[in-house]
Design a binder for this molecule. Structure first.
Ligand SMILES: Nc1ncnc2c1ncn2[C@@H]1O[C@H](COP(=O)(O)OP(=O)(O)OP(=O)(O)O)[C@@H](O)[C@H]1O
Length: 262
């Protein structure tokens, strides 16, 4: 175990993609920590390396240099207590498995006993309001419902840390607002640490307790913005508060500067 009070530590992360005679420095030098139970959003211009960062944290991609520590252990493979939700719910769910089977699959791999598996699946589907859809196949559901299945699958796994990579980019605005509130509610209830990547500055401010703003590639942390908006948050009153407007203005300015510097 490496000494840290953080659930996640990214230390001097540097990532260069090499291949086909081409070398791309995606991440120059990222250092930040996330405390247990924090909900941290990450924004930055397109191509800033947000997905690269999440893949390194998830142990799916090796760092060129620097290190990532999750729960006191250096990441060299996918960490045990981690779940990931990607944007492409269509591709992350298995079409030949029912909703219930999709949610259950990682629990089988985790060797959770059958009775407990059924409990966890039921609880997770209930939490995302999909009790009725348990026997359906993913392709029979709307995009928003499929993304709720992906969230249920992550939640059922009882992760200590959840990574979310633009999970709502492909759903309509109304569904997106509902899913944002669902994530806040699950986060408050389960006390899970969440790292949430989004293009959407308003979404980052609405969801996060902190927003990390990344520069354009090669990437560094431009700013680490504390979001002191009261809890519980509400789509109408929170988003129309002066503090919300101030934060989004500040972060918008930073992202514009990052784009300009590219
Ligand atoms: N497999 C790869 N091989 C080579 N270069 C890559 C690879 N994956 C990403 N890159 C490059 O690394 C940089 C960062 O990409 P990444 O997808 O991490 O950014 P992002 O911030 O998630 O982008 P977006 O916001 O558009 O989704 C980009 O310049 C991209 O072209």
């Amino acid at each position: 175990m490496l000494g840290s009070t953080h659930a996640l530590d990214v230390r001097g992360l540097h990532k260069v993609y090499d291949g086909h005679g081409r070398s791309v420095e995606a991440v120059r030098d990222l250092t930040f920590g996330v405390a247990p139970g924090e909900l941290v959003c990450i924004v930055g211009p397109s191509g800033a390396g947000k997905t690269t960062l999440l893949k390194c944290i998830a142990g799916l991609l090796p760092a060129t240099s620097g290190e990532i520590i999750v729960d006191g252990r250096r990441v060299t493979e996918p960490p045990a207590g981690m779940a990931v939700v990607f944007q492409e719910y269509g591709r992350s769910l298995f079409p030949w498995l029912t909703v219930r089977e999709n949610v259950e699959l990682p629990l089988r791999e985790k060797k959770v006993p059958k009775g407990r598996r059924a409990e966890l699946v039921d609880e997770a589907l209930h939490a995302v309001d999909l009790d009725e859809a348990r026997s359906a196949y993913p392709w029979q559901l709307s995009g928003g419902m499929q993304q709720r299945v992906a969230i249920a699958r992550a939640v059922a796994y009882e992760p200590r840390i959840m990574l979310m990579d633009e999970p709502f980019a492909a759903v309509d605005a109304q569904t997106r607002a509902e899913l944002e509130d669902l994530v806040r509610e699950l986060w408050r209830r389960l006390r899970v640490t969440i790292v949430f990547v989004t293009h959407d500055i308003d979404e980052a401010v609405y969801l996060g307790g902190r927003v990390l703003v990344l520069s354009a590639s090669p990437t560094v942390v431009m700013d680490d913005v504390k979001v002191d908006l009261p809890d519980p948050r509400d789509q109408l009153s929170t988003r129309s508060s002066p503090e919300f407007a101030r934060l989004r203005g500040h972060i918008f300015g930073l992202v514009q500067r990052a784009k300009g510097a590219r």
